[in-house]
Every structure is written in C-alpha cells, then in structure tokens.
Ligand binder design. Sequence first.
Ligand SMILES: Cc1cc2nc3c(=O)[nH]c(=O)nc-3n(C[C@H](O)[C@H](O)[C@H](O)COP(=O)(O)O)c2cc1C
Length: 377
Amino acid sequence: MSEFETVQEIILKAYRNMSREIWDHVSGGTESETTLLRNRQALDSLGFRPRVLRDVSRVDPSTTLLGKRLRIPVFLAPLGGLSRIHPEGPLLALNGASRFGTLIFLSSVNGSMELEEAAELTKDSLVFQLYIRGDRTWVDAYLERVAGAEIRGFCLTVDIAIYSRRERDLVNRYRPPGRETGEREGFRYQSTMTWDFVDRVRERVAVPLIIKGVATAEDAELAVKHGADVVYVSNHGGRQLDHCFGSMDVLPEVVEAVGGRAEVVIDGGFVRGTDVLKAVALGAKAVGLGKLQAWALAAGGETGLITMLEILEEEISVSMGLLGIRTLDELAPSFVGQVAPVRYPAELSPFPSIEATISKERREGLSLGLRKRDNRR
Ligand SMILES: Cc1cc2nc3c(=O)[nH]c(=O)nc-3n(C[C@H](O)[C@H](O)[C@H](O)COP(=O)(O)O)c2cc1C
C-alpha cells in the first residue's frame, strides 16, 4: 500500500521536503506569473459534456506517441536541475517512466546524466531535449551523439531564446542550474537559433524531431514545414514570456494548423486526470508533466513518481467512464465547452484542501527554519 492516496498528499509531502528556494524555483513563473496562472485558468475554463448509457465496464486509457504505447496519455516533461530536486533525480525519473510505461523527455541540463548513460538505461522510453550551449562545432558533435543514440525522439526547446526574469528566484537570491556565473556565456548560443538551425538538425539526425514551445498556428505551420514529427505546445509552464495565453487556449489553433501532419502534445498546468482528458478531447496526443513530476520526485523518489502516475491513471479511467468513453480515440471536441471557472487560479487551486495548510506553514515560517537545515533536495 502506498503512503499516498491522492495527488494532493504527494504535493504536501513535497512541500515539506523541499527547501523554500527549490519549492519556489519549481513552482514559480516569470514576473507577475500571469502566464503560469493562465495555464490553470484555461483548463478551468473548459467544462465536460458527458454522454451516458454507453457500456463503460471496460476502459482503456492507453495511447501511442512517437510509436511507443503509453499506459496513459501523459509523459514526463524535460526538467533542468532534476538532481537538485532529488539527488538521484535523473536516474529515478528514467526508471520511473520506463517502469510505469511512458516516455521521459530528459533535459540536457538535468544535472547528472549524459545522453549515452540515459540511453543505456532505457532507449525505448527516452526522448532527449537539448539546450544549445556552444558554437557550430559543439552542436555538430552533440548531433552526432544524438544520431547514434537510437532513442525515441530528439527535442529542441525553442521558447527560451532569452532566459526570463523569474522573480521568486531573484528575490530568494537563488541561482538556478545553468545560471551561475560563468555558465551564462553559453546561453548566448541558444539566442542565435533560427529555423535554419532546425533544418540542419533534420539533415543530420534521423531520430524523430520534437519542437517544444510552440504557441501559435503560424509557428506550428513552420514547425511542420521544417520537418517536426511532434509539435509541442508549451509556454514553458509560465516560466518564460509573461502575459501569454494559457497553453490550452492555443491548442485548438495549433491542432488545426498541424492538420494531422504531425503529432501534437502539450504541457502547462496539468495536474489532474480531467485536465489530461480535456487536452486529448481538443486534439493533443499526450500531456507533459513539469511541476507535478518534480513534486512527486521530491515527495517519494521513484515510488512517489510511479504512485503519482498511478493516481492519474485512476483519475483518467474513472473520468473516461463517466464521460461515456472506453478508449481515448472516442474523445472529440464535442465533449468539452467553455465555462466560467469556479475559482480564481492560484499556485495550488486544483487542490483546495492543502492550499490553506501550505500557506499557513509558509506564513508561520515554521518550515523555513526546518527546511533550511534540511536542504538536501
Ligand atoms: C524545475 C523546472 C525545470 C525545467 N527545465 C526545463 C528544461 O531543462 N528544458 C525544457 O525544455 N523545459 C524545462 N522546463 C519546462 C517544462 O518542461 C514544462 O514545459 C513545464 O514545466 C510545463 O508546465 P507545468 O510545470 O505546469 O507542468 C522546466 C520546468 C520546471 C518546473
């Protein structure tokens, strides 16, 4: 029996395990955090139109992405600095993803694991996400490694041409991975990327290509034109440009622009089974988990991660039955409609029972003292 019955218990445990700096780094966004909150608001602005009397005695929540069967339409989004969240973060996330039966997008700045080492552990579940940190020679050498790795996919994140001002980190004087003095110079190369660069990648790497950070129909069209196999709708979880639309607000225009020529995936604010089903109804193949992945690792390592995915699986299966569908391909836009959100979006608004506890602990500063000493993660 797991120690956790609900995702909110996992998040509360994560909060208590994490230092304030790491909690804020993981949970916060850019400047006013408007984009981050709009991710939530966009999900809360959709209501279901369930169908009844359709024999849902057997429900199958699985799907495929990049040719791999996923147990649920959920994968682990790339997280830099995984090893600050848990000392063995990259290893546990890789093992957790492959044991559960999904894909992990491993960030090149994960903190401790190289591409080859990860591929050795699990080629079948691995997508590698690269940040450009060097000149042409650096890039070519990296692309050669990717080409030889026989992994599921290669992901270029394109919404981070400039690193944004994440004010919780600035206020905490916290230096996120890759932002220490001396590391900033390499970031310049990320800013020089253009669509020509995507063409060069396409020429050199036969591995399926994912373009992550698309937020408009125009760029979705370009991504397909330049050879993307997967168009990944994302605003980096509200961690890059402030005052964007919520991810779910732009999913329909991206799905329409792509027109079935590539798979479409999405992330940004997904923490519940119902969130995932809304994205699938509007045409996404699967949904990436950012913060929730980090919280689950901080709460319970690999077991925490797998338990979180199992709870989502249960939530998705229950909601599929209640929507009147047995398989995900029965979902369609007609299953959702626009509604007014019932609550204001906030950091933990989908989890009303822990919201108050966490803000109380934060106010009392109780955990601050405790967690300063217990700053392992
Ligand atoms: C701690 C943290 C580190 C991240 N690092 C990366 C990264 O290295 N590469 C990347 O493409 N996206 C990165 N992201 C963005 C996530 O991949 C994803 O787009 C975002 O977290 C999704 O929103 P969510 O956190 O609301 O699920 C990071 C997000 C977090 C929370």
